[in-house]
Design a protein around this ligand. Structure first.
Ligand code: BTN
Length: 281
């Protein structure tokens, strides 16, 4: 159901997006065996990642999902502010993997989610290393994997996912780092949140199962064509004094991005402050 608010300045009603989650519809559409079965919806919260971390400490099932219509203190990578107006798909999943190297998981999840978005909306969507979802050269969403370990034992592992869905990108204001877009702007119509979430959870569950069983190799091979970064000139910003350009040539099976410099040398990146896509080759 869409909610309309009267905008006095414009003198007209504005669609504020779909802000009531239809749990019955979601449950009818959900085809997973575990992911999303334990489910919590809230109209407003600080951050769904914080709620998922809290759930995790209370021994919830793996794959438990928290969805919020709006978040007031949501965060992105490098603890950047993440705006979460009504109409977006903002959710977090509790994970309890037994494998030690979780680095490829963000990449696998990003590719898997971009597959689901394209399937449901028809909009070509790509994953941009390390954690962005892109449509063309605009940012459509992002993934924030958060974990804490006590020695070797994970205290929590949470995957937070934000997708700009049923609101115009103008609601996100000016963003100096990336140009945002939304599925409403791209398709001109509302996407059914419940349907997209059910589809995402199904694919994530399948890919996560494959990752736990056989590792990242075959998934990363399968998803290379979903990575918007590959084949592109990139600017790597480690910090203000440490900036260099190169070409993103490959993905490592441990989730790293292989970048070639102009002298032909190659290095594998695991963490950067920012990675900017430069002009197309
Ligand atoms: C990024 O692009 O830097 C990642 C953005 C991740 C945002 C999502 S929205 C749901 C979850 N809750 C948060 O506070 N962050 C993630």
């Amino acid at each position: 159901m869409s909610v309309f608010c009267y905008n006095k300045n414009e003198g007209k009603y504005e669609n504020m997006g779909q802000i009531t989650f239809n749990e019955e519809l979601y449950r009818n559409l959900l085809q997973t065996s575990g992911f999303g079965k334990e489910f919590l919806w809230t109209d407003i919260t600080g951050s769904t990642n914080d709620m998922a971390i809290e759930l995790s400490s209370r021994n919830c099932a793996e794959g438990a999902v928290v969805v919020a219509d709006r978040q007031l203190k949501s965060r992105g990578r490098m603890r950047r502010e993440w705006l979460s107006p009504a109409g977006g798909l903002w959710f977090s999943i509790v994970l309890r993997p037994v494998v030690k190297d979780l680095r490829p998981l963000t990449l696998i999840f990003g590719a898997s989610i971009s597959d689901s978005i394209e399937e449901i909306t028809g909009i070509p969507c790509r994953f941009h290393w390390p954690n962005d979802l892109y449509a063309g050269d605009c940012k459509l969403g992002g993934i924030l994997m958060e974990s804490r370990f006590l020695g070797n034992k994970p205290e929590y592992i949470v995957a937070g996912i934000g997708i700009n869905l049923n609101f115009p990108a103008t609601e996100l204001g000016e963003n100096l780092l990336t140009k945002p877009t939304t599925l409403l702007d791209l398709t001109g119509k509302e996407t059914v949140r419940e349907e997209l979430l059910a589809e995402i959870l199904l694919r994530l569950e399948q890919d996560y199962g494959e990752f736990l069983k056989n590792g990242a190799e075959s998934l990363i091979e399968k998803y290379k064509n979903r990575c918007a970064t590959l084949g592109r000139c990139v600017r790597i910003i480690r910090d203000r004094e440490n900036v260099e350009d190169g070409v993103a040539v490959d993905l490592n099976y441990d989730g790293g991005l292989i970048v070639e410099s102009s002298d032909g040398s190659r290095r594998t990146l695991y963490s950067v402050e920012r990675l900017i896509l430069l002009q197309k080759l």
